[in-house]
Ligand binder design. Structure first.
Ligand code: GLU
Length: 287
């Protein structure tokens, strides 16, 4: 009886959808915004992917163009899940907003230099990792006294709110360092070039991309003494059933050479080479 009612309701719903489709009404009007699940989507639907918009070589927006390693991995994975590049809707996912974007269903997946951590796993899930970076320091090209995290005594440092980079400074070096927090790393670089801070700290691959931009080239350098392991995961909502499919797609990308090519093209000219002992990484088992 119960089944039958459900069946009839489903039938009625289908009829209503068909009718509204025929009349030209927007079928996805209400569903499009709320349905955070990329599963079971019919062709024509899009997938919303959170990336950074201001990290050259990783996630970068230039007009309607999106480039970078995170963008390339996301595009490959989305394709394996059945979404073509033009079905991807890129959404800006600043460090401090990533968990909330996933929890509120505003994005389906996040590829945004997003480290897998136990704390974040309390509220979101992760597929991957698809890359391993390390926290490092960016300083003026002629700086000689900052050589690593142990040489930050009395220095002014900039990092980003909601990042593991800022958290590590607070947890491990807070007594000795003045930490300025900004919403994005490009703002931190502005503080560095403007002489407001002595160094910027976050993952080496991010710093390398920022240092290599035409505006900064020759003025800044990455110290090159990484002091953490940042395992980049694909953020997904906790109730997602996509973890295994995403892991399979990442493994395939590594296997067929597209991962290597994406790393090479996106780090070209930055002087950055990934830590070969940790890359490419194997993926964690899905919970
Ligand atoms: N990977 C670190 C994190 O997830 C730092 C980079 C970032 O803020 O995106 O917090």
């Amino acid at each position: 009886m119960r089944k039958r009612t459900t069946g009839l309701l489903a039938l009625a719903a289908t009829a209503a959808l068909t009718l509204s489709a025929c009349s030209g009404a927007e079928v996805g009007g209400s569903g499009g915004g709320d349905d955070a699940s990329p599963t079971g989507s019919a062709g024509g639907d899009s997938i919303r992917i959170g990336i950074k918009f201001d990290q050259p070589g990783l996630g970068y927006q230039d007009g309607d163009q999106y480039t970078g390693f995170d963008v390339d991995v996301a595009t490959y994975v989305a394709n394996e899940l059945g979404y073509s590049a033009d079905q991807i809707e890129w959404v800006e996912a600043p460090s401090a907003q990533r968990e909330q974007l996933l929890q509120t269903g505003q994005v389906d997946m996040i590829f945004a230099t997003y480290s897998i951590t136990d704390e974040r796993k309390q509220v979101v899930s992760f597929a991957g990792p698809y890359f391993v970076a390390g926290q490092d320091l960016l300083v003026a090209a002629d700086n000689t006294d900052i050589t690593g995290p142990e040489s930050l005594n009395g220095k002014n440092l900039c990092s980003v709110t909601g990042s593991t980079s800022a958290q590590r400074i607070k947890d491990e070096y807070a007594q000795d360092v003045n930490l300025l927090e900004r919403p994005g790393y490009s703002e931190c670089v502005t503080a560095l070039t403007g002489g407001q801070v002595d160094a910027v700290t976050t993952d080496d691959i991010i710093l390398a991309g920022l240092a290599a931009t035409p505006a900064n080239a020759g003025k800044l350098k990455v110290v090159g003494n990484p002091f953490s392991e940042e395992r980049y995961g694909v953020g997904i909502p906790q109730d997602s059933d996509q973890c295994q499919a995403i892991n399979d797609a990442i493994a395939k990308m590594i296997e067929d050479g597209a991962w290597e090519e994406a790393v090479t093209t996106n780090t070209e000219g930055t002087g950055y080479t990934p830590n070969a002992e940790m890359n490419p990484p194997s993926q964690d088992a899905c919970a």
